[in-house]
Design a protein around this ligand. Structure first.
Ligand SMILES: *Cc1c(COP(=O)(O)O)cnc(C)c1O
Length: 466
């Protein structure tokens, strides 16, 4: 058994070289892009995948993502035990189905549905699927109502701010609905009631405020938007529903801002989505979408699958999907309760406030948001500061220590402003925050000391995408 580096150097792109220590059958390499004839022993295959993954960024140092990267050992144990459950097999896994229903009722309750027993919802792969379903229900109800009135259904539109997450662009594209963006402005970097009223008309299937804008962490003013639409209805008879995209805020506002009225307390809010895998504190991918009552989800969208000799309604884009994430959500509900969720989110917010304050006080920076809504904050470089480096350069320099902090331009019409954002999540402790701050200070001191522009060639390989 010999390992010839020269041979592997040449073929590095076509074959994966196997370290002789793990090549239990003496294999030298395995094809990278074709199936091998014989396969490998489990420990050899494990070692190859395991080793390659060490080049991924550390999930715990990923300050860019909203998605859960840490769960307790008991949850991990449950995850492994439940890894083989398919959520669509309601008949085979009736308890998983029952637990999914329980989670939906818990969310209906958390979001103040007037009659949780009469609410309806489903778990999804994430908020993206949940938003598609929410949007689809809006479109179908609008079509039904227009047809009843003998009116055209040719030109549906949907209204949201230019700061929406990309999923709403996708929805508009895939389901052929005209997207109407209300541009954000420096005075109002979020959806405003005035902007909404200007954009809507009889072809508007719904308005989508975001509870927790992805770019900055700000909540859009759902209650004021609902009031403006109430006034519009009084004046014109036009009744336009709201779907709240609470991908992040759905698991934050009920605990940190319980008096903020954004949910089913507003009769105009027909449906809400959230990501179980964001501040719901579950590993990816899990989302939820709920309608305040069954009548708001057109029956023709519902399919029935067999369940305990009878049938059970389902609504979703996928058929087979992991069931384990739903069980992890229920684990968190049991384990944390209201107090636990409050403690986790409050701790995140404390860390966000602390970091925002420290970073806002640094010479080159000014804050855009400070973590008062979501535990997320953003800052920009003062326009008059040293032009030899940018926030993208800072992002690159921070990556040297493993920190992943994104810098990106704001959406229209504020695309001239580049910001840097940190999402504080469970497991990013005050201690880690302190260590981050030390590294940030060092990185900024280095950049401020440059006497030439930061070399752009260095960051041609972008470390991550927004
Ligand atoms: C993350 C996010 C989404 C997409 O959610 P996934 O769970 O990643 O599919 C949609 N809307 C908003 C506001 C988000 O933050």
């Amino acid at each position: 058994m010999s390992w010839r580096p020269d041979r592997h150097m040449k073929k590095a792109s076509e074959e994966v070289a196997i370290n002789p220590l793990f090549a239990r059958r003496g294999e030298e390499s395995v094809p990278r892009y074709r199936l091998s004839e014989e396969g490998l022993l489990p420990e050899t295959a494990y070692q190859i995948v395991h080793d390659e993954l060490t080049l991924d960024g550390s999930a715990r140092l990923n300050l860019a993502t909203f998605v859960g990267t840490w769960m307790e050992p008991e949850a991990q144990k449950l995850y492994v035990e439940a890894a083989n459950k398919n959520i669509i097999d309601k008949d085979e896994y009736p308890e998983t189905a029952a637990i999914e229903e329980r989670c939906l009722k818990i969310l209906a309750n958390l979001w103040n549905a007037p009659d949780p027993a009469n609410s309806i919802g489903v778990s999804t792969t994430g908020s993206s699927e949940a938003c598609m379903l929410g949007g689809l229900a809006l479109k179908r109800r609008w079509q039904l109502s227009r047809r009843q009135q003998g009116k055209s259904t040719d030109h549906p539109n949907i209204v949201f701010s230019s700061a929406v997450q990309v999923v709403w662009e996708k929805f508009a594209n895939y389901f052929e609905v005209e997207p109407r963006y209300v541009n954000i402005t420096p005075e109002h970097p979020y959806l405003t009631p005035e902007g909404v009223i200007k954009a809507v008309d009889e072809n508007t299937i719904g308005v989508v405020p975001i509870l927790g804008v992805t770019y900055t962490g700000s909540y859009e003013p759902v209650e004021a938007i609902a009031q403006a639409l109430d006034d519009l209805e009084k004046r014109t008879g036009l009744s336009i529903p709201i779907h709240v995209d609470a991908a992040s805020g759905g698991f934050v506002a009920p605990f940190l801002q319980p008096d903020l009225v954004w949910d089913f307390r507003l009769p105009r809010v027909h449906s809400i989505n959230t990501s179980g895998h964001k501040y719901g504190l579950v590993y990816p991918g899990l989302g939820w979408v709920l309608w305040r009552d069954k009548t708001l989800l057109p029956e023709e969208l519902i399919f029935n699958v067999s369940y305990l000799g009878g049938s059970m309604p389902t609504f979703g884009l996928n058929f087979s999907r992991p069931g384990a994430q739903v069980l992890l959500q229920y684990y968190n509900f049991l384990r944390l309760g209201r107090q636990g969720y409050y403690t986790v989110q409050k701790t995140c917010q404390n860390v966000a406030h602390f970091l925002a304050q420290e970073i806002g006080a640094m010479e080159p920076f000014e804050l855009v948001t400070d973590g008062s809504d979501l535990p997320v904050f953003a800052w920009r470089k003062r326009p008059e500061e040293n032009p030899l480096w940018s926030l993208e350069d800072l992002s690159f320099v921070l990556r040297e220590r493993g920190w992943q902090v994104p810098a990106y331009p704001l959406p229209p019409t504020m695309q001239d402003v580049t910001i840097m954002r940190i999402v504080v999540r469970n497991s990013f402790s005050m201690d880690m925050a302190q260590l981050f701050l030390d590294d940030l200070n060092r990185a900024v001191a280095y950049l401020q000391g440059l006497d030439h522009p930061f070399p752009q060639a260095l960051r041609q390989h972008k470390p991550f995408h927004h």
